[in-house]
Design a protein around this ligand. Structure first.
Ligand SMILES: Nc1ncnc2c1ncn2[C@@H]1O[C@H](COP(=O)(O)OP(=O)(O)OP(=O)(O)O)[C@@H](O)[C@H]1O
Ligand SMILES: [Mg+2]
Length: 253
């Protein structure tokens, strides 16, 4: 099996006239935890939409397992999406049904399994996300912010994805809950071998990552080990690294 699960080559994307990515290239290796960081509006979520095959680039290629994803037909694209799990920036759990039903819906929408089996699968994912079993019967409005994130993670894990995409999973959490969530991601990646792509603003979260890519002004200004960030000459990054959260990242705790 090739080492690279995803290869992005010279990607250019835009919304109308506005260019978001001006030719970016990087690889995501099988089994790694890969972070994408950058200032607000840098194009992180847009990049995620491209990797999820929800937005077509203007130019360039995205290869998944060596295949150009935008040359696939709709059925093949859907089959590929079924191998991906995603936690969007806004958790987007359906508020009118319980957490269990949220996860079951996500399973039966994409896989023909009897409801009883989907129900058991959902319960396993709730446990994997480190939530107590009663959360299965609770509504999103009855959960704390940290529990909602974990419930959304349980849903993203519903079909044992080969690759898990997380868009700002710890935003809005207090530092202790954020650390706990990071630890959980690391554990899940370690036990399942799932490749993880995590968008984050939070430098301490990079401590669980193998590599990080930095988006700035439409370009990748860095892609490599997290500790290498300290040597990158980028104004936004310098402000981040030398801020309070950055200092914690620098001491590695
Ligand atoms: N559907 C859209 N139509 C037009 N412009 C968009 C659309 N979605 C995003 N944009 C613009 O593209 C740019 C990048 O947005 P994106 O959401 O990818 O940024 P981001 O890096 O995820 O930011 P944040 O850290 O705030 O989540 C922004 O200027 C945004 O206004
Ligand atoms: Mg975003």
């Amino acid at each position: 099996m090739a080492e690279n699960l995803i290869e992005v080559k010279e990607l250019v994307t835009s919304y109308g006239e506005k260019l978001i990515h001006r030719g970016i290239s990087f690889d995501i290796k099988r089994g790694e935890i890969f972070a994408i960081i950058g200032g607000s509006g840098a194009g992180k979520s847009t990049l995620l939409r491209v990797l999820l095959l929800l937005k077509e680039p203007l130019k360039g290629q995205v290869l998944f397992d060596g295949r150009d994803v935008f040359s696939l037909n709709e059925e093949e694209k859907q089959a590929l999406r079924n191998r991906m799990g995603v936690l969007f920036q806004s958790d987007a759990l359906f508020s009118s049904v319980t957490v269990g039903e949220n996860i079951i819906y996500s399973i039966v929408k994409r896989k023909r399994v009897p409801k009883g089996i989907a129900c058991e699968m959902a319960m396993v994912k709730i446990q994997m996300a480190n939530l107590p079993p009663e959360v299965f019967f609770m509504y999103p409005s009855q959960l704390s912010g940290g529990m909602k994130k974990k419930a959304a993670l349980a849903r993203a894990l519903a079909l044992d994805p080969e690759i898990l995409f997380l868009d700002e999973p710890t935003s809005g959490l207090d530092p202790i809950s954020a650390d706990e969530f990071d630890k959980l991601i690391k554990e899940i990646a370690g036990t399942t071998g799932t490749t993880v792509v995590m968008i984050t603003h939070d430098l301490p979260s990079l401590l669980i990552c193998d590599r990080v890519a930095v988006l700035s002004q439409g370009k990748l200004v860095y892609c490599g080990e997290p500790m290498g960030l300290v040597n990158v000459d980028d104004p936004w990054l310098k402000r981040m690294v030398h801020g309070e959260r950055g200092r914690r990242f620098l001491v590695g705790a």
